[in-house]
Ligand binder design. Structure first.
Ligand code: VG1
Ligand code: CO
Length: 541
């Protein structure tokens, strides 16, 4: 077994986006592509000597090969220990938990999250720091800089480590600890929620359908929901993780989880429905006959948090990403706690959680989490909802009606224009940027603009400054439009348009109808149809 030093050269565009480096799987399979990036991570974090890392992936195509490469490179560069999920599997939240549980120096999650997998799909690598959360901008910038200067990488020449059984293996001088991917995570959940109340709910006949979308949460959900909590067998569907996610798109929203939506809209459908994404950090929440938008879900969770044992003493504060609806702010107001507004991406919540300023965080993109780990957590959100329903003994739609009656309703939707030309997308954003200062007091589609700016964030804990985080336009009466370009796609550019309007009286309208004036305003302001040639969005959530 010997360490070999392989000559290499920088590869363009190895720049981490909103959540790690994501590219087409075929790109990651090119000789040296993954190796260059891993070596750049080791450089960017100041070396690996004597360090402990957690490693796992969502099981997508190329996971098995990539895990072995990372293990051999960790050993070649002198890491003391790598804790790896059995068969190379770990959900993102489980990886975050293991980093914290073992006091590891960091971790690598191999996933492109909600992006499709397979030979023609996407692959990704994300580095997490010692607090269990995604590396902040300073670290990803150092990793990117290292990709531009690399000239060699080091790898151990040896056969694959057998990851099929839990236990300890040795790779050169590095210890490889192969652990059950589910056990520690399940124990963490048991310490947060009232499992006996949820079990009693299920035994009273309450029915759930959890769609794991052929991705990583299947084994977690089976164990926790069916085996521990007693949901009837078969409640968890599409529960076996597949390398290509059954050719599906593992994104838990009404478009890609259509089968679940259909089931939930039946008059005799289950009481509760949920889905998670490729790597298990997102969640979709439904009741019979109702889809709960992620922003509303976050607000309802905050409003009812005291019913969950781990949060019974109240929330220190809450945080949401800028494009997430202001429904959360209304709850925070009432609770008398701070509501922080951060740029898109979970890495911006890390400092607030570490400092004890925020307990609960969330994004409009179906991500919710708390200070129990440093990632968003799909199954945790599902258990949170079940705990609330068990305590309040009401249905999802009763709970939401009550919520809107109390706080008013923030009608919300996101319109995505996927796969547009990057040049056109950048021009569209630049066009908006240039007219921002002229917008206040003008009227668009019958709506009066009161303020317009480009969001920048100053982290209240470490003072770091992040610019260019989305264009926001505020209207008289509380409506809001946000424009930004996605940082997770792998083909062209994706324009995201976030639409929001507030209504305290009419709380049962169809969101797309309630948002018609804003949809028109968005098109007029950004000239979407004219610039992109698209008459309608590719995906509406
Ligand atoms: C998207 C979402 C963002 C989320 C990110 C990672 O980013 O909008 O809220 O944090 O995906 O989620 P973007 O830059 O494409 O808008 V995941 O579950 O893909 O790790
Ligand atoms: Co994800």
């Amino acid at each position: 077994m010997s360490v070999i030093t392989v000559k290499t050269a920088p590869i363009a565009n190895q720049k981490p986006g909103t959540s790690g480096l994501r590219k087409k799987t075929r790109v990651f399979q090119e000789p040296g592509y993954l190796e260059n990036f891993i070596q750049a991570i080791w450089t960017g974090i100041g070396g690996t000597k004597g360090k402990t890392f957690v490693l796992g992936g969502d099981g997508r195509f190329f996971n098995t090969e990539a895990i072995q490469i990372v293990l051999r490179m960790a050993a070649a560069s002198g890491a003391a220990r790598v804790i790896v999920g059995q068969n190379g599997l770990l959900s993102t939240p489980a990886a975050s938990h293991l980093i914290r549980l073992h006091g590891a120096d960091g971790g690598l999650v191999l996933s492109a999250s909600h992006n499709p997998g397979g030979p023609d799909g996407d692959f990704g690598v994300k580095y997490n720091i010692a607090n269990g959360g995604p590396a902040p901008e300073g670290v990803t910038a150092a990793i990117h800089a290292a990709t531009e200067e690399i000239n060699v990488y080091r790898i151990l020449e040896t056969s694959d480590v057998d990851l099929s059984l839990c236990g300890i293996a040795q790779l050169g001088r590095t210890e490889i600890a192969i652990v059950d991917p589910v056990a520690d995570y399940a124990a963490l959940m048991e310490g947060i929620f009232d499992f006996s109340a949820i079990a009693a709910l299920f035994s009273s006949g309450f029915r759930i359908r959890f769609d794991a979308m052929h991705a990583i949460t299947g084994p977690y959900a089976k164990l926790i929901l069916e085996n521990r909590l007693g949901a009837s067998k078969g409640s968890v569907v599409n529960a076996v993780p597949l390398p290509d996610f059954g050719q599906g798109h593992p994104d838990p929203n009404p478009i890609w989880a259509k089968a679940l939506v259909n089931e939930m809209m039946r008059p005799d459908g289950p009481d509760f429905g949920a889905a998670s994404d490729g790597d298990g950090d997102r969640n979709m929440i439904m009741g019979r006959g109702i889809y709960v938008t992620p922003s509303d879900s976050l607000a309802a969770m905050a409003a009812n948090a005291a019913l969950v044992p781990a949060y019974a003493n109240g929330l220190a504060g809450v945080a949401r990403s800028m494009p997430t609806s202001l429904a959360l702010d209304r709850v925070a107001d009432k609770l008398g706690i701070e509501c922080y507004e951060t740029p898109t991406g979970w890495k911006y919540f890390g400092n607030l959680l570490d400092a004890g300023r925020a307990t609960l965080c969330g994004e409009e993109s179906a991500g919710t989490g708390s200070d129990h780990i440093r990632e968003k957590d799909g199954l945790w959100a599902v258990l949170f909802w079940l705990n609330i329903l068990a305590a309040r003994k009401c249905s999802v739609s009763e709970l939401m009606t009550d919520h809107w009656q109390t706080y008013g309703r923030n009608y919300y939707s996101r319109h995505d224009y996927e796969g547009i030309d990057s040049g056109i997308a950048n021009d569209l954003m630049q066009g908006l940027r240039e007219k921002l200062s002229a917008l206040p007091d003008s009227i668009v589609a019958g709506l009066r603009i009161i303020a317009a700016d480009e969001f920048a964030y100053d982290d209240p804990i470490d003072g770091s400054h992040s610019e260019g985080q989305g264009i926001r336009i505020h209207f008289h009466g509380g409506a809001r439009l946000v424009f930004r370009l996605s940082g997770t796609g792998t083909v062209g550019a994706t324009l995201r348009v976030y639409l929001e309007t507030v209504d305290a009286q009419n709380i049962h309208r169809n969101p797309q109808d309630a948002l018609i004036p804003l949809i028109q305003a968005a098109d007029q302001l950004a000239m979407i149809a004219e610039r992109t040639g698209r008459k309608r969005p590719t995906v509406i959530t």
